[in-house]
Each structure stands twice: as structure tokens, then as C-alpha cells.
Design a protein around this ligand. Structure first.
Ligand code: SAH
Length: 352
């Protein structure tokens, strides 16, 4: 068992089983032993690889899409260019480089990064020294908000519930035979799952992300009041159904309970739960990442870069284009939704 596992076993012995969300929160963000709090997990040699680490084209196109949305909204000044969970900072660095040539954009913006991991903040500061860091969206300045969140929502802790004739039974992390094990609470009606009664049957498992509503409604309120837009890119579906919790270590799937703090834990994003928080702001139609990137011109960008490359770098450039866009790779599993003001049009690449 890991050091965090021993701490969790002791805690559960003292106070009883904990929700999956509490377990995930400690596994990912425990100050001494949490997965993100202690390491840089990205890249080909890490536990997983994300779109901005696959190719510079990803951050470039996302940055240009935000700059186009800024132009479409009349080039407001004093804007916040924000990213949630920026990882190594690669996406933001690529976005800033690509938008240098957009007249007035850099003069109009300041960069704000929402990141809880001290280790990753250091990596981000090396690439984007002028940024301002935040622990949560609640301290972002009151200003037009142009925001990107790539693989951020999938890292937020989830609770899992199984439908039962008498309500819902929550999956809880307990201890059995000295090891962490999954159990079920007694059945009870759960008000926040009221809307899932119509699309589920007895025995179905549903997931709920407790931190999502506040984050999605905060950014929507700011965007509607001040202008701007959010691009949220993640893996998941309109409505999630079934167990989507995943633990990844060295790019292999493992049991989420065996090495707490040493594996990445994620769950599919429920995009309808984001849309439900947009209030007066609008949200765009959920679109596959492949279609979105093609509409933004990734093929032309790939062709522009290709003549400067040869050998292995050219081969991996071609593979990166395919990996980001092909339906059998990230193109359909990963999806994009935007939040934009009721007075504006959706950002490029997306439809109302
Ligand atoms: N966007 C990056 C990294 C994705 S991994 C990329 O595409 O490569 C998830 C990121 O979210 C990490 O930077 C992690 O430290 C951060 N994170 C996870 N939970 C968070 C929370 N509750 N608040 C702020 N940042 C969080």
C-alpha cells in the first residue's frame, strides 16, 4: 500500500467509509501525497499524454479561436485570458505564441491560471512568467473572460450512485481485510439526482461531480455579464451513464484502489451538467474534437509545418495530426462545448 493508502485506511478506521469524491480528492490533490500535487505526469514517458503535449497545433488553434472570438465581440480591452488546470503550461504558451500577430490582442489581455498543484505551477511559471495564479475560479478578476479548460473537468472528483427501488445507494470507499475496498451505502432518496430518475432504471450507475456546478455557473455568469467565451474540451458525453472512473499509471489501466496517489484518476465529463449551469449565457452544440480542429484549419496548419520537418519529426507530426482528429483516436471521444454571451455568436468552429 502507498503512504496515502495507509493514511486513508487509518482515517476510514476512525470515521467510517468515505465517498468516492473524497477518495479522489485526496488521491489527486493531497498536499504531500496527491498525484498532481507531487509530480508532472504528462508526456510520452509520463502516465498519460494530453492534446497540447501531442502537438503545438492544438494550443495554436485554440488560441487563435479565442482571439477570433475577441475580435467578433468588438475587441474589448482589459480582458482576462484564463486557463483551468493548465498542466505544464504548453497550451497557453502555444496560444500566446500563435496570437502574437493578432493586432491589439496581447495589449488587451492578462493571463490568469487556475491551478492547485504547486509542482505544476512551477512548470507553468517557467513558460508563462507573467501569469497570475488562482486556487479557484472565484478569484478571477471581474472582466471579459476568454477561458480554456482542456482535460480539467475530467480530473474533478465524482460521486457514484446506483439506483435502487428505495432511492440511491452511494458507492463508498471502505476497508476490508486491511485493504481499501468498495462498498455501498444504504438506499436513500437524493435530491440532486432527481433529474436522473427519468433516464435510468434500477441497477443503473450514475455519476455526479460536486465541484462542477459552481465552476460552470461562475464562468457563465462572468461571460454573460462581461463578455468573452469559454472553450471546454474533454472526454465524455452529453449525459454520462455507467461507471467511467479510470485509473491510469504508465499509460496502463489499473484498479483505482490499489495505488492511491500514484495513478491518475479521471471520469468522463457530463456535458449536460455543464450546460445546465449556463443560465442566461448560451452554450454551443457539443462537437467532436476532430471536427472542431478541422473547422479551425488543422490540416492547413499541418501542411504549413510539414516542409520544415523530416525523418522522425515528420513522421510524428503526421501521427499527431491523426491522433488529435481521427474518430478512432481522440477525434470523437474528446468533445468541445463553448459558453458565450446571449448577445454573441459562438466561437469559430462551433454552432449554436
Ligand atoms: N490542461 C492540461 C492538464 C490537464 S490535467 C493539459 O491538457 O495538458 C488536469 C490539470 O488540472 C492539472 O494541471 C491539475 O493539477 C489541475 N487540477 C486538477 N484539479 C484541480 C482543481 N480542483 N483546481 C485547479 N486545478 C486542478
Amino acid at each position: 500500500m502507498t503512504a496515502l493508502g495507509d493514511l486513508l485506511i487509518a482515517r476510514i478506521a476512525r470515521t467510517g467509509p468515505i465517498s468516492l469524491a473524497d477518495y479522489m480528492a485526496d488521491c489527486l490533490m493531497h498536499p504531500q501525497h496527491g498525484y498532481y500535487a507531487t509530480r508532472d505526469p504528462f508526456g510520452a514517458t509520463g502516465d498519460f499524454i494530453t492534446a497540447p503535449e501531442i502537438s503545438q497545433m492544438f494550443g495554436e488553434l485554440v488560441g487563435l479561436a479565442l482571439a477570433q472570438a475577441w475580435m467578433d465581440q468588438g475587441q474589448p480591452t482589459g480582458i482576462v485570458l484564463a486557463e483551468l488546470g493548465p498542466g505544464r503550461g504548453t497550451l497557453m504558451a502555444d496560444a500566446l505564441r500563435a496570437t502574437k500577430a493578432v493586432p491589439g490582442f496581447h495589449d488587451a489581455l492578462s493571463v490568469h491560471l487556475v491551478e492547485t498543484s504547486p509542482t505544476l505551477r512551477k512548470a507553468q511559471a517557467a513558460l508563462i512568467p507573467d501569469a497570475t495564479w488562482h486556487d479557484s475560479v472565484s478569484t478571477l478578476p471581474d472582466a471579459p473572460l476568454f477561458l480554456i479548460a482542456n482535460e480539467f473537468f475530467d480530473a474533478l472528483p465524482i460521486r457514484q450512485f446506483i439506483r435502487d427501488a428505495d432511492g440511491w445507494r452511494e458507492k463508498m470507499v471502505g476497508v476490508s481485510d486491511g485493504a481499501l475496498s468498495m462498498g455501498l451505502s444504504a438506499a436513500a432518496p437524493i435530491a440532486l439526482l432527481e433529474d436522473r430518475l427519468s433516464d435510468t432504471n434500477d441497477g443503473d450507475l450514475v455519476e455526479h461531480c460536486p465541484a462542477l456546478p459552481f465552476i460552470a455557473s461562475s464562468i457563465s455568469t462572468m461571460i454573460e455579464a462581461q463578455g468573452g467565451c469559454a472553450l471546454i474540451i474533454d472526454y465524455g458525453d452529453w449525459v454520462s451513464l455507467g461507471d467511467t472512473l479510470q485509473a491510469l499509471k504508465a499509460q496502463e489501466h489499473i484498479d483505482p484502489l490499489t495505488t492511491p496517489g500514484e495513478a491518475d484518476l479521471t471520469a468522463h465529463v457530463d456535458f449536460a451538467a455543464i450546460a445546465a449551469q449556463t443560465g442566461a449565457a448560451k452554450f454551443s452544440r457539443l462537437t467532436g474534437q476532430g471536427v472542431f480542429l478541422e473547422r479551425l484549419g488543422i490540416t492547413q496548419r499541418a501542411q504549413t509545418l510539414a516542409p520544415k520537418l523530416s525523418g522522425d519529426t515528420l513522421t510524428s507530426h503526421i501521427a499527431a495530426h491523426r491522433r488529435l482528429t481521427h474518430p478512432a483516436e481522440m477525434g470523437e471521444l474528446f468533445k468541445v462545448i463553448s459558453i458565450y454571451p446571449s448577445t454573441a455568436t459562438p466561437p469559430p468552429g462551433l454552432e449554436p
